[in-house]
Design a protein. Sequence first.
Length: 325
Amino acid sequence: MKRYLGLFLRGAGMGAADAMPGVSGGTIAFITGIYEELIHSIKQFGPSAFGAWRRGGLSGLAVHLNLTFLLPLLAGIALSLISVAHLVGWLLDTHPLLLGGFFMGLVVASALVVSRHPSDWRWWHILPLVAGLLMAYGLPSLMPLITQIGNPALLLVVGGAIAISAMLLPGVSGSFLLLTMGLYGTVMQGVRSFDLVLIGLFGMGCLIGLFVFSRLLSWLLRHHHTATLQLLLGFIVGSLPVLWPWKELIRYQLGQEGQKIPLDYRYLTPGDYALLTGDSPQLIGVLLLMLVGVVLVLGLGRLGDSATARPRSSNESHREEGSDA
């Protein structure tokens, strides 16, 4: 029971992070010690599941899919997404600086947690680290090109596939990519109003993204573990500029519903922000919430380090190897 509650709370943290532009649920999964089990469990959804069902029935299928892990986690994610979706707009509109400071603290500490994981680091691991930095920097600027698809239904499917893939990556915010694609408001409104058509199209894209991207990540973690961790660290560090609280939007594109899709920012000091906007930079409050974010992540990191890894039987390992063939 304690394990299920812990997984539910981790899922709630992932859902809350995914609902906030600029933060990734994958980061929460990583720092709480469940990231690799999550990726490998998602990968099990595929043709190999039919073989497990034929061999062992529903109980064999449940073991193959690791449902005792996924179900409480997904319950936490779903409940958190539904509840946080009602608060996100208000928080972003009324407390953007404080919110940015808190999540910047989360991500900075997450980078520290992730950076101490590799034990066999080599100098050439700088290359995937730099690749992660460049990809995190460049992805948001490429996302507005997705809007040229034109067909609203296809746009939702493609947006769902991209967003869910990003949510699996620590440091890459699926919500922020949705924002740059002009879909964030549409999807959040659809969740709040239970628009089944919109949710179905977006969900279809999510399933496609999960099926493809989880297999890629699982293969990379199994065959190039340290290099992949460095790539993920690059994503996390590369996401930090987006969360800098004091910035000015200098280039944007109008979405289909007239909303501003951010393309580029000018990053300011607190003093310059006050001079430019005439508003208080709320420096003390932002720094305090940054510290709260750091302490929270370090505490979650300790929880992840102390968590007992689920032992994998030889039968499970054999099935996984067979499914990769």
